[in-house]
Design a protein around this ligand. Structure first.
Ligand SMILES: [Zn+2]
Length: 475
């Protein structure tokens, strides 16, 4: 049954239409179609198409079609009283609640506001009440319908809550204010975060790519002051302004660019991230929260089943600890992009930013790195380590990670070394949404929106949504 009259019905203005009121007992479908067609006729009148304002027509007809559809849905739902047939129902507290009449509530739906009358049950033991139909329709503890909730999730993942509210109004005609967008997007993000921990279904592929890459990185997110109490950080007084989001991303790179270098395969990237600890102490019973997250992603992506596995990260020791612990067979590579950035930072610290000598020095070091002239590179950096703290730290970083920086060798193996996929992951998941001017997050809020973004950008939202609706039906 289609919601709207067919295209041919709309185009066929030649047939004289009966007014909807002239239609007696007829199907809902036919009535709706007739009403909409009548409105189109009324709007167009006898004017010729050359004067037609198509946008005005589109908007008016859409509004009207939605209004009629909302009316029909509301009538249909409100005519069904089966949710109140039982005199008693089991309350959440375990006692019996009593049927206490029908109650109306208005919900924001994709069709416009819907006022639904549902059976209400009240429990005299815990003094709480509930509507079974709300639970069944996915309307419990919310004034947004499932379709609007889904729209809110989409905009909340992509843009600020304020912009999301404007987009919903502009594109869908749904009036949901910024606070409602925030509340609903966060609540859904929390659900997605929980679902991610439960769902370990391995991805179904006709064949697994021969090489799989797993990247790990961290980036700071600005937090509200109350979320930072007692935490040390990089501010001059030792306090913190941010907390670190840790990100795990998995991809394949079988594609080749024009120069025959490995390229990330379109659609192969998945992300999972959160602000959580990556440190596992020897005395801890379980691995750190982030270690477990990496393991879950690896399971879902069947990472360890690939013939060859590669872990890419910057030089941070916690990353290599996780790699060693979970994937001892994986090839470890420091993201070349990150090494070059570090060398550029040293050049600026030594010669001043934007000085030609700084550029020249950095260029030479990058070339040595690419060519595998590691001893020359180390010597050049060490020359400055007595007078530059940046150079001293960089020397240690290079020295500690030298086996992970054998780029010419990795190239002969056909491996991706300078993809920037991991850096880009931090940008796309975190920076573009959570690090915008004036934003300060709570831990719950940031983790919820990060979970929402990871789900969307990894193409997993639809699966989550289906699991969510199945779970509701089974309840
Ligand atoms: Zn109760």
């Amino acid at each position: 049954m289609s919601r709207f009259p067919s295209r041919s019905a709309i185009c066929n203005f030649a047939t004289p239409l009966p007014h909807p009121k002239e239609l007696k007992k007829t199907s809902l479908d036919a009535l709706l179609a007739a009403e909409i067609l009548w409105d189109i006729e009324a709007l167009l009148g006898r004017q010729s198409l050359k004067d037609l304002d198509l946008e005005a027509l589109e908007s008016a007809v859409r509004r009207q079609a939605l209004r009629l559809a909302a009316h029909a849905v509301q009538q249909r739902l409100n005519a069904d009283h089966s949710d109140g047939e039982q005199p008693h129902r089991r309350c959440g507290c375990g006692q019996l609640s009593r049927y206490a009449g029908r109650r109306a509530k208005t919900f924001e739906s994709a069709l416009g506001p819907l006022t639904l009358e549902r059976a209400y049950y009240h429990c005299s033991v815990c003094s709480r009440g509930f509507c079974p139909r709300d639970r069944q329709l996915g309307l419990e503890n919310t004034s947004l319908s499932p379709a609007v909730t889904r729209m809110v999730a989409t905009v909340g993942a992509l843009v600020s809550f304020e912009e999301g509210s404007q987009l919903l109004r502009e594109l869908a005609g749904v009036p949901v204010n910024a606070k409602q967008v925030e509340r609903a997007a966060e609540a859904l993000g929390v659900e997605i975060g929980e679902d991610e921990k439960q769902d370990l279904t391995p991805v179904e592929l006709p064949s697994l790519p021969p090489t799989l890459y797993l990247g790990v990185d961290g980036t700071g997110v600005p937090m509200r002051a109350e979320e930072l109490k007692g935490r040390g950080g990089k501010q001059p007084d030792g306090s913190a302004k941010t907390r670190e989001v840790k990100l795990c991303t998995v991809w394949s790179a079988e594609a080749r660019d024009a120069q025959d270098r490995p390229m990330r395969d379109e659609g192969s990237v998945s992300y999972t991230a959160a602000i959580e600890s990556a440190a596992t102490l020897d005395t801890d019973q379980a691995p750190s929260a982030f270690t477990q997250r990496v393991l879950r992603e690896a399971l879902r992506r069947r990472f360890t089943q690939a013939q060859r596995t590669v872990v890419i990260g910057d030089g941070a020791p916690w990353i290599w600890n996780i790699a060693q612990e979970l994937f001892p067979r994986a090839i470890q590579i420091v993201d070349r992009f990150h090494v070059k950035q570090t060398l550029s930072t040293v050049s600026k610290a030594v010669y001043g930013s934007d000085s030609p000598r700084a550029h020249q020095w950095a260029r030479r070091r990058h070339d040595e790195l690419d060519a595998g002239k590691f001893s020359d590179l180390l010597r050049a950096v060490r020359r400055h380590s007595s007078h530059s703290e940046e150079a001293r730290k960089c020397f240690q970083y290079l020295h500690r990670n030298r086996d992970r920086m054998r780029y010419p060798y990795f190239e002969t193996l056909g491996l991706c070394t300078s993809s920037g996929v991991v850096e880009a992951g931090c940008k796309v998941i975190v920076a573009t949404r959570l690090k915008r001017a004036g934003m300060h997050w709570t831990l719950r809020g940031s983790n919820a929106i990060i979970a929402l973004r990871c789900s969307h950008l990894s193409g997993r939202f639809q699966d989550f949504w289906e699991r969510r609706s199945d779970a509701r039906k089974a309840a």
